[in-house]
Design a protein around this ligand. Structure first.
Ligand SMILES: *Cc1c(COP(=O)(O)O)cnc(C)c1O
Length: 219
C-alpha cells in the first residue's frame, strides 16, 4: 500500500470516530527496510519514522538527516541501559521506557546532556513473560516514579499479544492513560491501526503496510 493510501485510511477513520482530522501521528516504521524504500517515503514528504534498534538507526539516519530536513525519529524497540546515551542523542521520542533502572538512567543523562526525548511508558497489557513493559497493575506507581524524576513522559505504549483481540488491550491502555492524565497513546500497527484510532491512538506505528514486507537476512 502506498503512503497516500494509508493517510487516506487514517483520515477516514478519524472522521468515522468523530475525531478531528490530523489528530493521529503516523510513525513510518522503517526497521530492516532497504534504504531505497525509506528514501522514497522521505521524498514523498514524510518525516516521522520509527526504528527498533539503536545500532541500526545510528547506521542510516545521520545520513538521511543530512539530506532531508525536519526528520523526527522514534525508538520503538527495547533499550539496554548501556545504549541509553546514544539513544537519547539520536531519537526525538522513545516509546519503550519499561523499567525503573532505565528511568533513573534517563534522569541522569538528562541532567548531563541538558535534554531528554519525549517518553512513552511501555505497558505489557497482555502480561506476556517474553514481552517488555510494566504490568498494568504497576503502571500508576511507575508513572508516579517517573514524575518524581521529572521525566517528560507524554503517554503510554502497548503491543497487544498477536493472538488476542487488540481492542481490549487498546481500551485498557486508554483507561490507564486517562486516569493518570496522560494524553499520548502509542498503539496500532499495520494490521490494527484503524481499531487503534477508533480507541483514541495519538501515535500509530505502521511498517509493512507502507514499505511492504520486511525481508530478513537469511544468513
Ligand atoms: C515492527 C514494529 C511495528 C510495525 O509493525 P508492522 O506490522 O510492520 O506495521 C510497530 N511497533 C513496533 C513496536 C514494532 O516493533
Amino acid at each position: 500500500m502506498s503512503l497516500s493510501e494509508i493517510k487516506a485510511r487514517i483520515s477516514s477513520q478519524e472522521a468515522q470516530s468523530g475525531r478531528d482530522t490530523g489528530t493521529t501521528t503516523l510513525i513510518a516504521v522503517s526497521k530492516i527496510q532497504p534504504n531505497k524504500r525509506v528514501e522514497s517515503v522521505l521524498e514523498e514528504g514524510h518525516r516521522i519514522f520509527g526504528e527498533n534498534r539503536v545500532q541500526e538507526a545510528a547506521g542510516k539516519w545521520p545520513e538521511f538527516r543530512e539530506k532531508f530536513d525536519g526528520v523526527e525519529l522514534h525508538l520503538l524497540g527495547p533499550l539496554q541501559s548501556n545504549k541509553a546515551r546514544q539513544a537519547m542523542e539520536l531519537f526525538d521520542v522513545i516509546h519503550t521506557l519499561d523499567r525503573e533502572k532505565l528511568a533513573t538512567r534517563f534522569a541522569q543523562l538528562r541532567d548531563e546532556l541538558g535534554k531528554c526525548p519525549d517518553l512513552f511508558i511501555q505497558v505489557n497489557t497482555g502480561k506476556e513473560p517474553q514481552k517488555a513493559g510494566i504490568d498494568p497493575e504497576d503502571t500508576d506507581a511507575f508513572i508516579e516514579k517517573c514524575r518524581d524524576l521529572n521525566l517528560p513522559v507524554i503517554g503510554l505504549m502497548c503491543i497487544p499479544p498477536v493472538d488476542e483481540e487488540p481492542s481490549l488491550h487498546f481500551a485498557l491502555l486508554a483507561k490507564l492513560a486517562k486516569r493518570n492524565d496522560l494524553q499520548g497513546l502509542s498503539m496500532g500497527m499495520s494490521g490494527d491501526f484503524e481499531t487503534a484510532i477508533a480507541q483514541g491512538a495519538t501515535h500509530i506505528r505502521v511498517g509493512s503496510a507502507i514499505f511492504g514486507d520486511r525481508v530478513y537476512d537469511q544468513g
